[in-house]
Design a protein around this ligand. Structure first.
Ligand code: KG4
Ligand code: ZN
Length: 338
């Protein structure tokens, strides 16, 4: 029998809601971005994020049900992000999800945010099959994992310091480009000249698949202190930073595919929206005659659709208990296999 899952995402600064049907696929989705709330502070303010989620979740649920032309009574379960993420933001979404499930008399299931990201390409027309290597690149995480099935994740490498999205955000701040930094750097880099600045490619001389991105931010800071910051210089630095970050990711993906003898790569998380990264990965993968899979751009960054989909894969874990726990820190390796 078809199951219809309402997904609620509130781990950081985006409120995402979606309705996924196990037979018909994604029925509707809606997003409220808090960028304006946090912009003046240059980064996410956790308390403001939690308050905004509380204000926006229910109106988004109403909008999604209306968009899908579905009534509350057709929903079979509520999926919500219970970690990792900002504790207050997770609590806001989880409490609303549990409350809705209770009042609709359906079970609720807590979803791992990064599992949601990793499964997001499954919502596209040409979904990957298992096994694959996943590159998860967001504001809070940078990791490579071998994926043998839902819940069967082995971490091959991860960042030892900053996440790559964090490096984009911090470098953008240093260059005065504002928040969020990823899209701002990508836009600015388009006008940049290659070759004027050369950022290091961190950790590529060392074996293994771990990452380190904090050196890029320091290199950006040192460069900015040395140079006269006109518009062209800012664009040239953004260009050089993006090249270095992307090169590093591509090299480590290649290593992960070689290490696992893999032929499929899945790229997910906010930085997966970066077009330069996509170009370079496409080139590397087509040279290898291997396949690469991405979610559509809007499902790279946080969204409710990926949570509804991941929840639908874990309905056997759904329950009607009123108690719930959020997990601000939570490794994907601790998830049970499905
Ligand atoms: O997955 P996501 O929406 O939230 C987290 O789970 O962290 O990722 C947000 C991150 C931010 O660091 C943002 O700057 C980055 O993804 N990002 C990008 C791009 N779009 C978003 N980074 C590089 N290029 C982009 N086009
Ligand atoms: Zn995310």
């Amino acid at each position: 029998m078809a199951k219809r899952v309402l997904g609620i995402e509130t781990s950081c600064d985006d409120t995402g809601v979606a309705l996924y049907d196990s037979e018909q696929g994604l029925l509707a989705h809606a997003l409220y971005s808090q960028i304006k709330t946090h912009q003046e502070y240059g980064g996410v303010v956790p308390e403001l994020a939690a308050r905004d989620h509380i204000r926006k979740v229910i109106p988004l649920v109403d909008a999604v049900l209306e968009q899908a032309g579905c009534s509350q009574s057709s929903v079979s379960a509520v999926a919500y992000t219970c970690g990792p993420g900002l504790a207050g933001a997770l609590l806001a979404g989880s409490a609303v999800a549990k409350g809705l499930a209770f009042s609709w008399d359906v079970p609720a299931v807590g979803v791992h945010h990064m599992e949601g990201h990793m499964l997001a390409p499954m919502l596209e027309d040409n979904p990957p099959t298992f096994p694959f290597v996943a590159l998860l690149v967001s504001g809070g995480h940078t990791l490579l994992a071998e994926v043998k099935g839902v819940g069967q994740y082995t971490i091959l490498g991860q960042t030892l310091d900053d996440a790559v999205g964090e490096a984009f955000d911090k470098t953008a701040k240093i260059l005065g480009l504002g928040y969020p930094g990823g899209p701002a750097i990508a836009r600015t880099a388009e006008a940049g000249n290659a070759g004027r600045f050369k950022f290091p490619r961190p950790m590529i001389d060392r074996p293994g698949m771990d990452f380190s991105f904090s050196g890029l931010k320091t290199f950006a800071l040192n460069t900015v202190e040395r140079e006269l910051l006109d518009q062209q210089t800012i664009a040239d630095i953004a260009h050089a930073f993006q090249e270095a970050a992307v090169d590093t990711l591509v090299i480590k993906c290649k290593r992960a595919l070689e290490h696992t003898n893999g032929h499929r790569l899945v790229v997910a998380g906010g930085v997966g929206a970066n077009l330069h990264l996509r170009e370079q990965l496409n080139a590397m993968m087509s040279k290898r005659k291997d396949d690469v899979f991405y979610p559509r751009i809007e499902f790279c960054t946080d969204n409710g659709a990926m949570i509804a989909y991941a929840g639908a894969q874990r309905l056997h874990q759904a329950n009607s208990e009123l108690e719930f726990q959020v997990k601000p820190r939570w490794s994907i390796e601790d998830l049970p296999p499905v």
